[in-house]
Design a protein around this ligand. Structure first.
Ligand SMILES: C[S@@+](CC[C@H](N)C(=O)[O-])C[C@H]1O[C@@H](n2cnc3c(N)ncnc32)[C@H](O)[C@@H]1O
Length: 322
């Protein structure tokens, strides 16, 4: 049996009997005015973060959600899009699609603004999306791609890139792990399916995203996810796993490389009213400016004693002063 078959079985069971805590983190569930999430949907929250960010959802975007699960995030996306077929959900497990359909019916009873018609559910695989090229504004996946082995992960990322319009956004949440995951855990199909042993180091994941063509990457959140210990797993040393929320934007990759925002900020505190690096960044006196890691490196290389550059917060949220 392949690891993809095991994954199918794990989620067939998780569709038939909700498994609270299957994948979970400290990320709070969105509380929004007039949004009531059915209890079963919450019990079937198999995500490890959030992919729903209101700032991504302006101008009536076409939204694609891969690995629909119990449908909680599709309901949350619908809250912002509110139109028939505004959110397309894909899942490979028939029982999961049935469960989420039932959950949407329940959501209709609890939310007068919501109609099940807002969501179109399709059976399909992340590895070969039943979606046209360049047709999606926001594509999301939560806690699915970490399950894939490298070749499949590359395929799944290339599929997301293919279906996105230029400047479209892939919003994802997945576990990451900076320690070497032992081979026997990586090869354990059940642990992979449970989103425990497929986690990659964050920079490896970022490289896969930029290699596929995404020119801008935002690391929006990083939180503790799991602490694997020898008394529960066949390992010698504890392993810390975190979960990240990432937005990868289908911007062109610039000649000097992609822009990866990890939450660094530059502050100019010199004798002039501003500092211009002549490369598109103007630092006004004493005003923090969010910068990508490439710019942070370039500014650091100037060896000036009037620019302070912060560490990565791993909580980049765009913006800037004024
Ligand atoms: C960990 S759950 C996450 C569910 C949902 N994203 C959430 O946050 O609650 C993974 C989901 O992906 C689905 N899935 C597994 N393999 C898939 C594949 N190859 N293509 C599409 N969906 C898949 C599973 O059925 C399950 O619903």
């Amino acid at each position: 049996m392949s690891y993809l078959d095991t994954t199918h079985d794990v989620y067939k069971k998780a569709a038939e009997t909700p498994d609270v805590g299957l994948c979970c983190t400290t990320t709070p569930i969105w509380q929004l005015p007039g949004l009531v999430i059915p209890e079963k949907m919450i019990a079937m929250n198999y995500g490890c973060g959030s992919t729903v960010h209101p700032r991504d959802l302006v101008n009536e975007p076409n939204i694609l959600y891969v690995g629909a699960g119990g449908g909680m995030e599709l309901l949350q996306f619908s809250y912002f899009s509110r139109k028939n077929g505004g959110v397309v959900g894909i899942d490979i497990v028939e029982e999961m699609l049935t469960a989420s359909r039932e959950n949407f019916k329940e959501a209709e009873k609890l939310n007068d603004w919501f109609s099940s018609d807002f969501v179109t559910l399709k059976k399909g695989t992340a590895l070969d999306l039943p979606v046209e090229d360049n047709s999606i504004d926001v594509a999301a996946q939560n806690c699915l791609f970490n399950i894939f082995k490298m070749d499949d992960l590359k395929k799944a990322l290339a599929e997301m890139y293919r279906v996105l319009k230029p400047h479209g956004r892939l919003v994802l949440s997945d576990p990451v792990c900076e320690q070497a995951m032992p081979e026997h855990l990586k090869e354990d199909a059940t642990l992979r399916a449970l989103c425990i042993s497929g986690a990659l180091p964050l920079w490896d994941y970022i490289k896969l995203l930029t290699d596929v063509g995404f020119g801008t990457i935002e690391i929006r959140a990083k939180r503790p996810y799991r602490y694997l210990t020898p008394n529960h797993y066949d390992i010698d040393q504890p392993i810390m796993i975190e979960s990240v929320e990432v937005c990868a934007i289908k911007d062109p990759v610039l000649a000097d490389g992609p822009c990866v925002f990890t939450g660094k900020t530059a502050i100019y505190f010199g004798d002039q009213s501003f500092f211009d690096d002549k490369n598109g960044h103007v630092l006004d006196l004493n005003r923090p400016l969010s910068i990508c890691d490439k710019t942070a490196k370039a500014l650091t290389a100037l060896k000036r004693n009037d620019i302070y550059i912060t560490e990565s917060t791993w909580f980049y949220d765009g913006g800037g002063c004024c």
